[in-house]
Ligand binder design. Structure first.
Ligand code: ZN
Length: 242
């Protein structure tokens, strides 16, 4: 089976479409949450996702758009975008988001938006946090999003630590018998200084993982954001990838 692995679409339809076009053939989509929030196309992105053979998790921005989270912890720009998204979401798309779980366990894979021990909130930004999270899931692999940065953490059996493996794009990595926590990066708001949309292809038949990047028409997204009065900082960051 060939899986398209996506996360943090963040209501960016143009980036989402570019990823689907670039991905080629796949059997199924695993979406790791944050379908909405920040971007100008919340309904369009939920609808496109719903039209695909897929499963999706809920992320913190999905919950915020549903009013399930106290958004006082969000920065002012994110808060503005959340409130705008809340107003825009159609009842059907809201109902879809309401049903999303926070974790999936599928064969060798645990899926969660933030981390296996704190699926909605925790950011796995460094090997220390990753090492602690290896104890929080029992499958061989765990897929996460939330940081908007593609990365692999490989568990080191010798000392209970883990090493960071930086992604090489368009290169199939064999998933060996190590345990991994893997982040495909963000479709709609990359934060690793590369503005291209990020995603991954998991091939369970050959046992390989492949990180990918694809450019998209950022200007078109920024124009829609301006039209809707979304915050300038959120508009600008797309072209810089932060
Ligand atoms: Zn996110």
């Amino acid at each position: 089976m060939r899986y398209l692995i996506i996360s943090d679409i963040h209501a960016n339809l143009t980036a989402f479409q570019a990823v689907l076009e670039d991905a080629g053939y796949y059997d199924y989509v695993w979406c790791l949450g944050d379908v909405v929030g920040y971007g100008p196309d919340p309904n369009e992105c939920v609808e496109l996702l719903r039209s695909l053979p897929h499963l999706s998790l809920a992320g913190n921005h999905d919950w915020a758009a549903l009013g399930r989270l106290d958004i006082r912890t969000f920065n002012a720009d994110a808060r503005k975008a959340v409130l705008w998204t809340r107003e825009m979401l159609s009842p059907e798309n809201r109902a879809y988001l309401e049903e999303l779980p926070t974790t999936f366990i599928l064969g060798d894979f645990t899926l969660s938006h933030g981390s296996p021990r704190e699926p909605i909130w925790e950011y796995i930004l460094d090997p220390l946090i990753a090492a602690l999270n290896f104890q929080a899931f029992s499958t061989q692999y765990c897929l996460v999003g939330h940081t908007h940065t593609p990365v692999l953490f490989r568990e080191l059996r010798e000392n209970g630590g883990c090493e960071v493996v930086m992604p090489k794009y368009r290169e199939r990595i064999p998933l060996d018998d190590s345990r991994y926590i893997i982040n495909p990066g963000s479709v709609g708001q990359p934060r690793d200084s590369i503005p291209d949309a990020a995603y991954a292809i998991l091939d369970t038949t050959s046992g390989t993982w492949e990180h990918r990047r694809v450019p998209y028409n950022i200007d078109a997204v920024q124009q829609r954001m301006r039209k809707h009065g979304l915050p300038d900082r959120l508009i600008m960051r797309l072209e810089h990838g932060w």
